[in-house]
Ligand binder design. Structure first.
Ligand code: GLN
Length: 473
């Protein structure tokens, strides 16, 4: 049985599974075969689960008995390695948690299990989600399926490579400052960062708790929307969650704003700018009204993000002390145990952020850095609120450059941070944002994908899906 995984969508697979064209076991086997064939070159997975076929058999039973069938029954997912799955290793691609087993299911996993999804394995990422290239993984980088010499983006690089490389139908990633959207754009996929609070963070290893969101990575808007519908909603285990949005668009014509400040960003690759301008023209042709808007404080986004994120990181990482979770190294005394464990367990970028964060939170500098950054974060939120009173959507590029070469930026943290310029504003404001494929650029004979990004007001994911699917047609 050969299944055309390349052109497969959730709805198509659902149709085939329920009409008996093939079974969930056939489908899972097809993906396992692809993993065997392609993943030695791509390294999307840190682990392929040993019980995939057993999971698929359970899905087949549901389908055979016509009981509890959902759109996701039998659908093969990959899971980013910072989302807890009970009984399985969850390492955040860190030596610290190399052998750590999840003690419970994250809410998103619980929901997908109930729906009958099949989990293929856990995917590579930048350690504890800090980075934008997946080169910060303690277990080696992931390669971009479109050009093996290039990064897939990050931190959800393994997740996107699993879908772009046909080694999963859909993936779960997490996005704190762009980690779903930027890699989605580097690999030609759709990536959604939901409204802060739309999806439960229970069971997601915390990086920046006031920024983190779990979201879907998929080949098209419909797949992303289906997964979002399943995983979103209020959860008693995460007090920041909100009710599922129920926004009707009523066929209203959507208005798009282009922030003039964003287009003046230094280092914006001309290839990306040209592709972006073509996307603007396409939206106009589709009947969208496009106007210039202003986000006066957006220029401070990166500085604010890279002040607040280390602060939250330094406090979230304090739990890895060699006692509670994972690795333990013996030192001369208890404090020395901490030093030895953290030195052995944590990579360079994580350590850099802990040091920076501890500094901006220290008593002499708290007001000058941490507090000030929070004040500017409020101004950025306010900018978005004002703009969304006027337009339904904001359109900007997802990343200033196409996928770069492995090794090209890794020794220069600032160069890597600059890649996040277009993605961090949505996390700072808590608004939803989606990256959608917008074409390719030829780079030395290789076709590299490009992406554009749509943002909307809190809980208005519907507008993102509507404009995204119009664009995709
Ligand atoms: N690249 C950004 C960072 O390094 C975003 C990471 C993320 O969204 N997890 O912080």
């Amino acid at each position: 049985m050969t299944i055309d995984t390349k052109n497969l969508t959730i709805r198509k697979a659902h149709e085939d599974l329920t009409s008996g064209k093939y079974t969930a076991v056939d489908l899972a086997s097809a993906y396992l075969e692809n993993i065997k064939k392609f993943d030695k070159d791509i390294h999307a997975y840190l682990e392929v689960y040993s019980d995939v076929i057993d999971q698929a058999k359970l899905a087949d039973e549901r389908i055979k008995e016509k009981k509890n069938i959902t759109l996701l029954t039998g659908i093969p997912f990959s899971v980013k390695d910072n989302i807890l799955v009970k009984g399985r290793i969850v390492s955040s691609a860190s030596k610290m948690l190399e052998n750590y087993h999840g003690t419970y299911d994250a809410t998103v996993i619980k929901k997908l299990k109930e729906a009958g999804a099949v989990f293929l394995g856990r995917t590579n990422m930048d350690e504890f989600a800090m980075g934008g290239s997946t080169e910060n993984s303690a277990f080696g980088p992931t390669h971009n399926p479109h050009d093996l010499e290039r990064v897939p983006g990050g931190s959800s690089g393994g997740a996107v490579a699993s879908v772009a490389g046909d080694m999963a139908l859909v993936a779960l990633g997490s996005d704190t400052g762009g980690s779903i959207r930027q890699p989605a754009s580097f690999c030609g996929l759709v990536g959604l960062k939901p409204t802060y609070g739309a999806v439960s963070r229970y069971g997601l290893m915390a990086m920046g708790s006031s920024f983190d969101q779990i979201g879907p990575i998929a080949k098209n808007i419909d797949d992303a929307q289906i997964v979002f519908d399943f995983i979103s909603g209020k959860d008693v285990m995460d007090s920041t969650t909100i009710e599922k949005p129920n926004l009707e668009l009523k066929n209203k014509k959507l208005k798009i704003g282009i922030p003039k400040e964003a287009m003046k960003v230094e280092g914006l690759n001309p290839v990306v700018l040209k592709n972006f301008n073509e996307a603007v023209e396409k939206f106009k042709k589709l009947g969208y009204e496009v106007q210039e808007v202003s986000l006066p404080n957006i220029a401070y986004s990166l500085s604010v993000y890279y002040t607040l994120i280390p602060a939250e990181v330094s406090s979230n990482m304090a739990r890895f002390d060699g006692v509670k979770y994972g690795l333990h190294k013996d030192g001369d005394n208890m404090v020395d145990d901490y030093f030895k464990t953290r030195q052995a367990g944590l990579g360079k970028e994580v350590v850099r952020r802990i040091i920076l964060g501890t500094y901006v939170l220290s008593s002499g500098y708290y007001d000058a850095y941490y507090n000030k950054a929070n004040i500017v974060r409020d101004l950025i939120r306010e900018d978005f609120r004002k703009v969304f009173a006027d337009v339904d959507l904001i359109l900007i590029p997802t990343a200033p450059n196409p996928a770069f070469k492995i090794g090209e930026k890794i020794s220069d943290p600032i160069a890597l941070y600059l890649e996040d310029i277009f993605t961090v504003p949505a996390n700072l404001a808590g608004v939803p944002a989606i990256s959608i494929p917008s074409g390719f650029t030829d780079m030395n004979g290789k076709q590299l994908p490009l992406g554009i990004q749509l943002l909307s007001a809190h809980s208005n994911e519907t507008a993102l899906f509507k404009a995204g699917s119009d664009f995709e047609k």
